[in-house]
Design a protein around this ligand. Sequence first.
Ligand code: NDP
Length: 282
Amino acid sequence: MTHILDGKALAAEIRAELKTRVDRLAARGHRPGLAVILVGDDCASQVYVRNKIKACADTGITSLEFRMPADTSEEALLAKIAELNADPAVDGILVQMPVPRHIDARKVIDAIAPEKDVDGFHVCNAGALMIGKPGFLPCTPYGVMKLLEKAGCSIEGKHAVIVGRSNIVGKPQALLLLSKNATVTVAHSRTADLGAVTRTADILIAAVGRSKLITADMVKPGAVVIDVGMNRDENGRLCGDVDFAAVAPVAGAITPVPGGVGPMTIAMLLTNTVEAVERRLG
Ligand code: NDP
């Protein structure tokens, strides 16, 4: 029978464990603080920010929310980040992406102090991952690794295919799987015959942003299928990149959307925030 990888349940376990660590830090005189900056009024971003702030509250992490109008200048945003970098009450800084087009996202990310970059997007943290040094791992691929670990999925020697090569999901996911000795293939929009590639995957990770891109005939029987995608279907319902109903009977294990990778991303953001404090305090 197909194993459903329950990200919601695992995220709840991780949050409960984090709460104990947060209480311990608070008893030592420092409650972890996460600053969340939202520029503009993108609806999806507002939902993501609300969920992150709620998760902080559930775990005992202090959240500081900064809403800036869509016409905020790059200079003003960089000044806010500099202020938060210098604030000892702030352990983690997150700028919700995407930022408005007139702002250079890379410049913004790299303005965050690497030791407060709990999203793991800063060039220093990306470089640390690349060469296998400690740093902050990007939350979504980190959450996927935790899901695979919890499911007891063996990675070493397996063929992992990742569809998508973004800096925040596909590429770091490939590096993390490589570090666990998987043989990794990264597919993307220019990949010829995507199905022929995905059918060779023991572990298939879809991080594209196209509903039902991955169909049953593209999956090797028994494969572990992780669906990172977050899309809306024709009825406006949240769905992933994988045609869940058709693929689940073929797969050995599969994540649902919602309730799979999404909650794990937030749990790993909180984990990074708590780790930022623990590293600083020793
Ligand atoms: P990007 O748009 O940055 O990257 C998408 C990738 O998919 C690109 O590498 C692109 O290729 C590739 N691609 C596009 N079309 C195809 C195709 N037809 N066949 C094969 N590859 C294709 O997206 P993100 O990585 O930021 O996000 C991917 C998805 O994951 C989105 O749905 C997003 O909402 C979701 N997401 C979910 C999170 C969660 O917590 N669950 C967190 C972050 C993202 P190319 O490089 O050639 O353009």
